[in-house]
Design a protein around this ligand. Structure first.
Ligand SMILES: NC(=O)c1ccc[n+]([C@@H]2O[C@H](COP(=O)([O-])OP(=O)(O)OC[C@H]3O[C@@H](n4cnc5c(N)ncnc54)[C@H](O)[C@@H]3O)[C@@H](O)[C@H]2O)c1
Ligand SMILES: O=C(O)C[C@H](O)C(=O)O
Length: 311
């Protein structure tokens, strides 16, 4: 199975590293526009093979899309990341043009691929990829919910003082500081509602910390995060390539689901060899429904800025 990652920067290279280390794909191609950069990242990763014991073939290319031919999955991480004090939405001016041209280029050589969109603002970039390529909705997946949910589980585990892997929780909605919706009501510690262990005040703080999880890291690092983002993409790619049918919150084109139309937004999906195999309809309470509607309004506003790119 072959995976191409366009953008060999922090997130793209970390994703390639996790995919090869865990043996998720037999081949990974890293592509970047910066001369020699992807080649260098691929060589560095390949030199881990004997010490960590993997057999995935990782190669790097400078802007040569012919080397990406017949990829089963293409991950788009090309574009600029935010700096401290910025929102993800401020990246649209530069990233929209990059994402559109990358999506068009990869499809020339891999017409049957499944595309995973990572570049920010992610929900809008997913919508742009869908509109620009005309691919069926099951083959365009926006990655944000997997990461936000892992941060939610991290903050819950810290509040509970228990391991993250004993916590089950999901974030839906947009992948933005004010648009994501941590589903606190449904979060559990080994099947027991977290509200049995944590006060409402503590749960509200966990939700607030989760929502600004990316901004907090950007403030600490000076650029946005990459370890958890790269691992979250690899987790999603694993479910596609190995047909695991995992339930993962992903940004997907909605046609009536959750009362939304003509938008890509994070909702729970079953992810398998066909990409988005099912959009799960979960019962939200009135407060959660209102938050999702507000989140959709904000993402739709952002999508309106794509007019000139899509013209
Ligand atoms: N969806 C998410 O959950 C999530 C998580 C983390 C980061 N991101 C986003 O992912 C993107 C990448 O972040 P990063 O930290 O890896 O940034 P980075 O700057 O480390 O890497 C981006 C890479 O893209 C390359 N690039 C730019 N234009 C290109 C083009 N036309 N073709 C090929 N390569 C091109 C650059 O040369 C660079 O190497 C950002 O937009 C960031 O906001 C999203
Ligand atoms: O925070 C960012 O800008 C990058 C990414 O979306 C993240 O959540 O880490």
């Amino acid at each position: 199975m072959k995976v191409t990652i366009v953008g060999a920067g922090n997130v793209g290279a970390t994703c390639a590293d996790v995919i090869s280390y865990r043996g998720i794909a037999s081949e990974v191609v890293l592509l970047d526009i910066k001369e020699g950069f992807a080649e260098g990242k691929a060589m560095d990763i390949m030199q881990c093979a004997t010490n960590t014991g993997f057999n995935t073939k990782v190669s790097g290319v400078t802007n040569d899309y012919s080397k990406t031919a017949d990829s089963d999955v293409v991950v788009i991480t090309s574009g600029i990341p935010r700096k401290p004090g910025m929102t993800r939405e401020e990246l649209i001016g530069i990233n929209a043009g990059i994402v559109k041209s990358v999506a068009e280029n990869v499809l020339k050589y891999s017409p049957n691929t499944i595309v995973v969109v990572v570049s920010n603002p992610m929900d809008t970039m997913t919508y742009l990829t869908l509109k620009a390529t005309g691919l069926p909705k099951n083959r365009i997946i926006g990655m944000g919910g997997a990461l936000d949910s892992s941060r939610f589980r991290y903050y819950l585990s810290k509040a509970l003082d228990k391991p993250s892997n004993d916590v089950s929780a999901m974030v839906i909605g947009g992948h933005g500081d004010t648009t994501m919706i941590p589903l606190t009501r449904l979060a559990s510690y080994n099947g027991i509602p977290v509200s049995e262990f944590l006060s409402q005040e503590a749960l509200d703080k966990v939700a607030a910390d989760t929502m600004v999880g990316g901004a907090t890291l950007t403030g600490l690092l000076g650029t946005s995060a990459w370890y958890a983002p790269g691992a979250s993409v690899a987790y999603l790619v694993d479910s596609i390539l190995n047909d695991q049918k995992k339930m993962i919150a992903c940004s997907v084109f909605l046609e009536g689901e959750y009362g939304q139309n003509d938008i890509c937004l994070g909702v729970p999906c079953i992810i398998g060899k066909n990409g988005i195999e099912e959009i799960l309809a979960i019962d939200l309470d009135e407060k959660e429904k209102a938050l999702l509607a507000k989140s959709a309004d904000a993402v739709r506003n952002m999508n309106a800025d794509l007019k000139s790119v899509l013209a």
